[in-house]
Design a binder for this molecule. Structure first.
Ligand code: FAD
Length: 415
């Protein structure tokens, strides 16, 4: 631990990289699922590497299962994870925000202007909302029409709004086009909101305005809605006028090209981009996301900088915590090999996304991915979804698997 801190302090003075024999330095920006999993995986593979994890928050608030918080099924405290376990591994948690990257000098500049030198930098800042994408939807509007797409205060705000709503109210969700964080997440949210409303405000309705014509696990979700919440959830596709182009936060009105909807509760999930530091560091392209080499996760734009998790262009891999963890481990192996002057091997990555439609009703989708034509491509025939006609016992089992997965993942990243 002390050795690690010394390495961090030394780097903070801005000492340029490594003298020939010094321990290699790896700096990680972002202590979410991607960054925390990466830091631990590197340290586990080679304890000699000095690892600094730059993350301003004292604890992390996890998004998976946060839809259950909105539905009143879970406490937000169960989403909180600290960094003590990570520090006990000899990783230095630097409780600051990274504000710049001086790539030529291989230094990260922190909010207090100290500099951390690195041999390899990993950028894992997650997402930011695109507050320029929907007319009228900015940070102030999000206080009235929460996105709740970063867990924490926004999650609780949406929960409170749902609780305060009268029976018979209309809840409207606005869902963006791909790519965005957690493709099945909005539909899980609609399901769990319906679970709450069915018990407490049964005359209420949920309208999903979607900027897409199809969505993840669609047939499974629609079959579940018909069985659990008949007539309660309506999905409007892009072709039927689902894309929200403008909002009026004051009156909770959402406008599409086909008309307008006035909501009692409006959950606007706007289009997204990589967390702001990615663009500042020069690793994001014009899409707002970060192109990477699919073997090493090294940025295609800035050498010696790797990008993992939601911020990266993951090809066919969805932006999920499972993906972030899988990419982190593959990237850690690649970084170790590169530090040793060896060529990394090609990774195979797995993602599984569990979704809850009710506390005892779970469904899942799994995919396997490997590098192909410069991107992460899905391995044909290797994945799949829960069966459409599964008996109730299977849905109950999958709900339990989802919860167990969350326990395993958070223990691996933060425990
Ligand atoms: P994050 O988890 O967002 O972590 C990024 C970290 O970087 C943050 O801690 C942030 O503070 C830090 N950071 C940002 N900028 C800086 C900076 N300049 N300096 C220092 N630190 C910085 N995924 C699943 O696999 N399964 C699920 O069931 C699931 N459910 C979800 C439900 C909802 C409602 C939502 C919104 C998401 C869900 N996800 C799920 C997706 C999952 O939460 C994300 O894909 C995952 O968090 C991505 O991890 P990340 O590390 O890339 O980003």
């Amino acid at each position: 631990m002390l050795q690690g801190l010394a390495a961090g302090a030394c780097a903070a003075l801005g000492s340029p990289i490594v003298h020939a024999q010094a321990a290699p330095k790896v700096v990680v920006i972002g202590g979410g699922f991607a960054g925390a999993s990466f830091a631990r995986a590197v340290k586990r593979e080679d304890p000699q590497v000095a690892v600094a994890l730059v993350e301003p928050n004292a604890h992390y608030t996890a998004c998976p299962l946060s839809n259950a918080v909105i539905a009143g099924l879970r406490d937000i405290k169960d989403q909180h994870f600290g960094y003590a376990g990570i520090e006990a591994d000899g990783i230095v948690h630097v409780p600051q925000k990274a504000v710049r990257v001086e790539a030529e000098q291989r230094r990260v500049v922190l909010a207090d202007e100290t500099r951390l030198g690195y041999d390899r930098l990993v950028v894992a800042p997650g997402i930011d909302m695109r507050f320029d994408a929907i007319s009228g939807y900015d940070a102030a509007a999000a206080e009235l029409m929460p996105h709740a797409w970063k867990a924490g205060e926004q999650t609780l705000l949406l929960r409170r709004q749902l609780e305060a709503m009268d029976d018979g109210g209309l809840v409207v969700l606005s869902v963006p086009a791909n790519p965005f964080r957690c493709p099945p997440g909005p539909y899980e949210r609609a399901s769990l909101m319906a679970h709450y409303l069915k018990a407490h405000k049964p005359r209420s309705k949920i309208l999903i305005l979607d900027a897409k014509d199809a969505f993840s696990k669609q047939r499974l979700f629609e079959a579940g809605w018909a069985a659990l919440y008949p007539g309660m959830i309506e999905w409007v596709s892009l072709s039927s006028g689902g894309a929200v182009t403008e909002v009026d936060a004051g009156t909770r009105t959402l406008r599409t090209e086909f008309g307008e909807h006035r909501a009692a509760v409006a959950n606007v999930i706007p289009p997204q981009r990589a967390g702001a530091i990615a663009a500042i560091a020069g690793v994001a392209d014009r899409t707002g996301w970060c192109p990477i080499d699919p073997v090493t996760f090294e940025s295609r734009l800035v050498p010696n900088v790797h990008v993992i998790g939601d911020a990266a262009i993951g090809g066919a891999m969805p932006k999920s915590a499972f993906t972030a963890n899988a990419q982190a481990k593959a990237c850690a192996s690649a970084v170790i090999e590169l530090l040793r002057g060896r060529a990394p091997g090609e990774p195979k990555l797995i993602n599984t996304c569990y979704s809850l439609l009710a506390p005892d009703y779970g469904i899942s989708i799994t995919g396997v991915y490997s590098p192909k034509d410069g991107l992460l491509a899905e391995v044909e025939g290797a994945g799949g979804t829960s069966p459409l006609d599964a008996p109730t016992a299977v849905r109950t089992e999958e709900a339990a698997f989802g919860e167990a997965w969350f326990g395993t993942l958070t223990a691996e990243a933060f425990g």
